[in-house]
Design a protein. Sequence first.
Lengths: 530, 422
Amino acid sequence: MVSSPRNYQPLPPRAEIVVVGAGVIGCAIARELTRYTPDVLVLDKENDVACGASKANNAEIHSGIGEDPGTLKQRLNVRGNQMYEEFVRGLGVEFKRQGLLIVVTPRSAPPEMLKKMSEEERIKFFTEVIPRGIVSFGEKAGIRGLQVLSREEVFRREPNVTREALAGVFDPNYGMVCPYKLTIALAEHAVLNGAKVCLNTEVTGFRVEDGRVRAVITNRGVVETSLVINAAGVFADEVADMAGAGGFRIHPRKGATLLFDREVTSEYVRSSVAEFRLPGMKKTKSKGGGAMPTVEGNLQLGPTAVEVEDKYDTSIMAEEIEEIFERFHYLLPDFPRDAVISAFSGVRAPTYEEDFVIEASDRVGGFVNVAGIQSPGLASAPAIVEMVMGILRDMGWRLEEREDFVHERPAPIKFSELSHREKHRLIMEDPRWGHVVCRCETVTEMEVVNAIHSIIPATDMDAVKRRTRTGMGRCQGGFCGHRVAAILARELGIPITQVTKNGDGSPLYLGRTKETLLSRGKGSSLEGEG
Amino acid sequence: MSRTWKPDVVVIGAGPAGLGAALAAREAGLREVVLVERDFELGGILPQCIHDGFGSIVFEQVLTGPEYAQRFIERVERSGIEVLLDTMVLELRPDRRVVAVNSRDGVLEMEPGAVVLAMGCRERTRHQVLIPGFRPAGVICAGAAQREINIEGLMPGHRVVILGSGDIGLIMARRFTLEGAEVEGVYEIMDYPGGLTRNLVQCLHDFQIPLHLSHTVTFIHGRKRVEAVTVARVDGNRKPVPGTERLVECDTLVLSVGLIPENELSKKAGVALHPVTGGPVVDELMETSVEGIFACGNVVSVFDLVDYVTFTAQVAGRGAAEFVGGRRRHRGEVPVKPGRNVRFVVPQRLRCLDREVELYFRVERPEKSVQVRVLVDGKPVSSKKARMVRPPEMVRASIPAEALSGQVREVVVEVVPDEKEA
């Protein structure tokens, strides 16, 4: 096994609060906790934060329009959406309310429902009953500003949607955020305020005495604590069971998304676009997906929803690719298929009840589960945090705001967004700003170096990519991959053969040339890194 | 940043196209020729192409890539051409204004008399061909693998499957083998090979590496590092045939699934691109749709031989010099159209109509015993026989200057069966 440069923050012997899981929810809770105490420890088994669903979702901040009344999901989604500006303030993360266009088409209602209607009734049903129904449904949930659009208004907003569109609803509350950049920023903000984030640290058990949690046991040692927050995503059920604080099951459901070239995207859509389906028409419980430009401007088509056995199954199946194209070819008929630059898949963490599970365990004292967080988890995050804080208050945890809380997390400089004058000034200060490493996304050596030495250090290729966008463009790292690997090796002080894609077991190179030949000559082999 | 530089011509990219164009422009009399290259050295992709097969037309010698490049680099170094290495062009505007950046000069603004685009091409990636499966380390494009082995001295893998039988894929099959890696096979989705015949013989046959035509990779296994791929036979529509899947254990998947002309800057400048080639529409001077912006080599259309890249570069460099010198005259506009069994022709139009023109084209499908003909307004003006034409190989044809002297409406290039042999 080739060992990778690991993120090894020393594991403290005790912590006031331990958060298990460094996804967006865990990091958001940790950041909030540091408003009151610096003694917060976040644990994650991966080599970076945001390595699960937080890096592979569609980045949507839904308004709550897609959720069922009476669910925790709906309540927290609507509230969370409204809190978002405040939530991201000071983090240096872009949040854009680009809006969602919900398109009503002849496919929006099941054929059997339409059979009995006259042509006139049908038109009225699609152009008035459905859009007004969507708006009044939303208003009941507390979503404001929804607008009914005529067919012409739909095309005025988005000229490239299907000519079969009959009407629409525009939801101005809907927004986009980069989920992994948000997670990184939250984690860094927490660390700036005293929290510790220990990566490559896997929770293997808990010490529970007299019905209360006393310590967290990890692969790297034991941390004494009296308060654990379980935000372990798809593994939340297993983590809860380790403490005897379970009772729910997570069944992994993966979702694949195709990502398209920025230039093509900007010619086709402005806001996100989704086709409306009457409740009950969807195949699964996860939301129907759509065509969504990210904050960086790349269109995403997806996601799919496939129940899987393996919580690590982030593969993409041929059938999923077909399904995505089929679905969105209808919605955006002229969108060019060959502009696809990437595809990714993430694993959702639903419970069988399909709602969030956010509660203090009634079996183990000092153990709070924040589980079953699937879409709209990202949108609900601020409200989930608020709810968790309420639970802690009810548990008797004292919430006294610190006076020394640092409100700003400085955002890394993005060279490509600077003016020529600013670019010039930076290069004159440090020539590393003048080395463009990634051509497609115009990322400089200095940005890569900064990412490697940031508060949550990037120590593998994917971690650098998430922070700087190296390798995220059209060539997908074909040109810059080696350069980034060389900078990682130099800055981390390791041989380049130890640089990994995403932590242990993912080396980019399996050795140096001639080594293979030499080892063959001796009758041995260098293989086995797999 | 302080001053705006006004050279005669800026050549963007210093691979074989840029080197050739800069030299031609200089030799045609331009004084200030600036050659901008984003890499640390001149030569583009050539320094990593350590195999031979370069220069058989230009130098009538068989050279390796570095040797071919070196012949131009030495001339460039003696020529007084201003070379900017490790310099990235960030912007190109329709008025030919160029903004570049490097670590020595900071932001450089240039207003050249002409621009030559010579950015080359990039490799099509795994996602552009949408191979299902996981996203582990160990999936790599052939050209990137070539760089890692030949320049960086690193082994991307030990047990290799290659998808795509383009020339780089074939060459890398041999290269991996010579480095002691095991190449399980080369898989090609089409029912004919993608590379040159000489590479099929020298890189696969001589090393007993199997070539599986009408096959593709249908799944990549391995969460962290490639552990295996599933391969399957495809039908006539290139869809995998159920039941033909086979699991091949490997640690690396090398992709040679096509090259794409790199035209991001061209687009920023408003240069019209051709839907088939993916590169700028050019005339017989290699001038694009934007006045004073020329293009050559793989940025225009992916060539199979570097010699052709050099030829187009020389045309573009001389064209830029004519333009800057005020000698470039348009006498009309004549489209050059693909006829029977021709996919595209470069250049796509003629505007000067005062000289002999070399045409480069690819066929749509393999065909034996053919005649390649150029028709001017329906009349054949040149023809040659070929025993075999195949889509991977660029074909050359020419139009004599005198054929363009009168009133001309269109030029058509066609490939027809050679009747005498049929």
